[in-house]
Design a protein around this ligand. Structure first.
Ligand SMILES: O=C(O)CCC(=O)C(=O)O
Ligand SMILES: [Fe+2]
Length: 352
């Protein structure tokens, strides 16, 4: 198989180690020959800020937030969730935990290393084909829900509170996810549990946490931190780095930089919510550009319906003027990886 250059050949070389040695011979596996991200300045995306605390009550203020949410999700597919109820100090702790983990000695981090053929654990980009251009990031990828899917051997023991804090964080994201799925449905004048019913019981749904670490990059003009993709989730909750930008979203064939709003979650629609909404909500293609001098950290939590759930467009969103655009899909994550591996946009496989 193609799992040669950075995994098998030298056992394990993290991007973090490569960043210290820019003459590394495997660097060319990271280079995009058609790089377009340094020519010209990239405009900043206008991302709506939605006040989550106002969504729960029926009031004029709630109507206003719902309409911001709907318009954000139909145009760029993401919004900044503010006043979401998770304390700033807790967000600080979570981000600090990620810094502490990636600062551990390599020998210690390797205790959590993923195996060559699995994505769960600590590692670099999974190499799926010979010609794949590798992403400039290391990540810690953990299944965090349901209980039966947690592989504790990958959960760091250091920093000492990591496990406990991550559990608490995930419980908070679950609450937020439910509020947002309800609001998404309400904003389209559907029954409030319409999307939630497809998502399923939150004790059963799959949740995956991905701690991303982007070390300084020797060739930021021709390397990407994360290559363009849309998420295979229903919804993704992203904590961006508080200081270092990098995330870009594709909107109307133009890349935009996503501004940093400290302590906000960037909530983005994944392919499965695009399907549920019959394409009204957009699952945005996004990428991460690296930084020449600074580290960047982010934490994405993917909220994914249980693989047995049938996901399809809500009946009320199908009519003569808006025909059904997607099939009913099951276990979309496997469809996602099959297509991703072939270099195709996975959602195309769900289209009628
Ligand atoms: O690092 C980021 O800002 C985004 C990461 C991302 O898109 C992902 O993990 O799916
Ligand atoms: Fe993503």
């Amino acid at each position: 198989m193609a799992e040669t250059s950075i995994q098998a050949e030298s056992q394990f070389i993290s991007v973090q180690e490569m960043a210290k040695n820019s003459k590394n011979s495997v660097l060319e596996r990271f280079i995009h020959k058609d790089a377009d991200w340094v020519n010209g300045s990239i405009p900043v995306l206008e991302v709506a800020e939605v006040d989550i605390s106002l969504l729960k009550y029926s009031s004029h203020a709630a109507e206003n937030e719902l309409s911001k949410l709907r318009s954000a999700l139909t145009s760029c597919g993401c919004f900044q969730a503010i006043n979401h109820g998770i304390r700033d100090s807790f967000v600080d702790e979570i981000q600090e935990m990620s810094h502490q983990f990636f600062s551990l000695p390599m020998e210690e981090k390797k205790n959590y290393a993923r195996t060559v053929d699995d994505i769960e654990g600590y590692g670099t980009d999974s190499i799926l084909s010979e010609n794949q251009i590798i992403d400039w990031n290391d990540r810690l990828f953990l299944n965090v829900n349901p209980e039966s899917q947690k592989k504790r051997q990958f959960w760091p023991e250091n920093p000492p509170k990591f496990r406990e804090r991550l559990e608490e964080y995930i419980d908070n994201v679950k609450v937020l996810n439910e509020t947002i799925l309800r609001s998404m449905a309400t904003s389209l004048e559907l029954d409030e549990s319409c999307f939630l019913n497809q998502y399923g019981d939150d004790e059963q749904a799959t949740m995956v946490a991905r701690f991303n670490f982007y070390p300084p990059c020797p060739k930021p003009e021709s390397i990407l931190g994360t290559k363009p993709h849309a998420d295979g989730s229903a919804i993704t909750f992203l904590l961006q780095d508080k200081e270092v930008e990098g995330l870009q979203v594709l909107k109307d064939a133009q890349w935009y930089m996503v501004p940093i709003v400290p302590y906000a979650f960037l909530v983005n629609i994944g392919d499965q919510a695009e399907v549920m909404s019959n394409g009204i909500f957009k699952s945005p293609v996004h990428r991460v550009v690296p930084n020449a001098t600074r580290d960047r950290h982010s934490l994405a939590v993917f909220c994914i319906p249980h693989p047995d759930m049938e996901i399809g467009p809500a009946e009320k969103l199908i009519d003569e003027s808006r025909p059904r655009l997607y099939k009913t899909v099951k276990n979309y994550v496997s469809i996602y990886f099959e297509n991703y591996q072939l270099g195709k946009r996975p959602i195309e496989a769900a289209k009628i």
